[in-house]
Design a protein around this ligand. Sequence first.
Ligand code: NAP
Length: 287
Amino acid sequence: MTEKMKNIDLPDGTTIPVLGQGTWQMGDQEKRRTLEIESLRTGIELGMTLIDTAEMYGDGNSERLVGEAIAPYKREDLFLVSKVYPWNAGRDKMEASCRRTLERLNTDYLDLYLLHWPGSVPLEETIECFETLMAKGLIRRWGVSNFDLAHMKSLLDIKGGSHVSTVQNLYHLGSRGVEFDLMPWLMEKHIPLMAYCPLAQAGRLRAALVDSLEVQAIALKRNVTPYQILLAFVLTKPGVLAIPKASTPDHVKENRQAADIHLSEKELAILDMAFPKPDRAVPLDIE
Ligand code: NAP
């Protein structure tokens, strides 16, 4: 039986599900479209109502697909996240980018708008643009992505920077650098970490992750798949939500089930031994 989906709070008190849906590389192939839409809808119906996309993904294809997938649902039941390219994150371009995103999604606001990665537009200007979009009602809140601790600290030093709602960074069992310094700092500030690539792209980002004896043994004992253990691992961490991408309804259902897996202290200790977190600061992983 599926448990009620766990939630997590944003700094403004809004409650969102710990498990959302990623959409990178979705919407690019006509022959996959029906299945991809069915997958996203399966996720929404299972409570994975947070959907992550970006203007970058397929040059708008992912946003268009999401727009089509969400059409039957009430807008207020969804939490839509998109991202702006760093070079569009300034006074002359951000509003137009955001309006194009809204048009592709066929909606009139974003729940969360993220700076996709740090760029050359000064952060002061990007924050000012985000705040203007909020004042105009085009976005409800904003955040950042691919920011390490130093970036986050400099963000919070800027006027308005403390309004940041989340940071979306790569985080999976085989890439635990964020646990060393960023996650404790985020916890202290009550800023959630949105984990991308929580499945290490089905293991492709780290050889021997899915095939590891430790992950396999825990999965076997629980009668689940190694991928579900990878997802359960990040969701076990406090202050973390995850946005796996799945383009088949079966994968979506398995991911939803993984949100109900509570790894024990013993299982976590086994995973820690096999894939230790670093004992010093390491550069932020992006793949
Ligand atoms: P991911 O979610 O770690 O892995 C996706 C892969 O896992 C796909 O090949 C998918 O296959 C497979 N998969 C999904 N569920 C599975 C299951 N239950 N069992 C086995 N395989 C499963 O990688 P990602 O898509 O790169 O990252 C997730 C999302 O994060 C992206 O889609 C995107 O929205 C976001 N992202 C953000 C950034 C950033 O810079 N901010 C960067 C990368 C990603 P199928 O498609 O066949 O189901």
